[in-house]
Ligand binder design. Sequence first.
Ligand code: CO8
Length: 258
Amino acid sequence: MEFVIYEAEGQIGIITINRPKALNALNSQVLRELDKVLGQVDTDTVRVLILTGAGDRAFVAGADISEMSTFTKEEGEAFGREGNNIFRRLETFPIPVIAAVNGFALGGGCELALSCDIRICSEQAVFGQPEAGLGITPGFGGTQRLARTVGTGMAKQMIYMAKNIKAEEAYRIGLVNAVYPQEELMGAARKMAEGIAGNAPIAVRNCKKAINEGLQVDMDQALVIEEHLFGTCFETHDQKEGMGAFLEKRKEKHFINR
Ligand code: CO8
């Protein structure tokens, strides 16, 4: 693969969008490679993914403007569909995904981060949806996920004004969970990933599913989704291990993803 790197470090997988000359902009090839990489993640072993951008300037500076500039309506829709399908695959990926935003996260880059479960960033990160200034709408889920993450008022302000915001503002509005010095970002992402990976993997997956799917339906249905996922945990080895460790006053737990 030319533009996407995947490294598995034990229970943590790291995906790096690697097109630094174009500030990691997403062209069709990058999107296809990202899709392919997701298919290669061994979710029996890997419990958490970290997604970041290569170099020290950009997470992803958007969809590739030179590729999009000559699109017809049909090509625009097809490109939007391709991106949406892949971002949705990431959003519903069985294990949690942490976006480690190390620089520009603009347009499709902000949308990519929004498709992850958790966003943390470096002090030099810049977020924005510049599309309206380019004569288009956000097309990889930004109108939907930004509004769901930071609320409609702030999302509309960011999208209508096409004005970028810095890391501290992104933190203030709840777009990211934490801001770190650039050199500490990946360490912080790994530490968070290790914290998640130390818990029962099936329970964590079920939590992700319950939150994601529950937010799509009304509260009564959402609680049924939770009840079902809660119940299935009791069929797992790891529930017996987790509760057994508590009852035996044992600190070490051996979760085996079964
Ligand atoms: N697309 C293509 N190339 C890009 C992109 C991009 N989004 N962003 C940066 N690059 C390229 C530049 O063209 C430049 O290439 P070259 O060296 O060959 O000229 C290289 O990266 C470095 O960029 P700059 O020289 O511009 O670097 P600066 O430090 O001066 O500026 C910025 C950095 C501010 C990030 C600037 O590059 C910029 O504004 N980039 C565009 C950001 C943007 O508007 N992104 C949103 C794009 S639209 C989008 O993402 C829509 C998503 C949904 C699509 C749905 C389709 C249907």
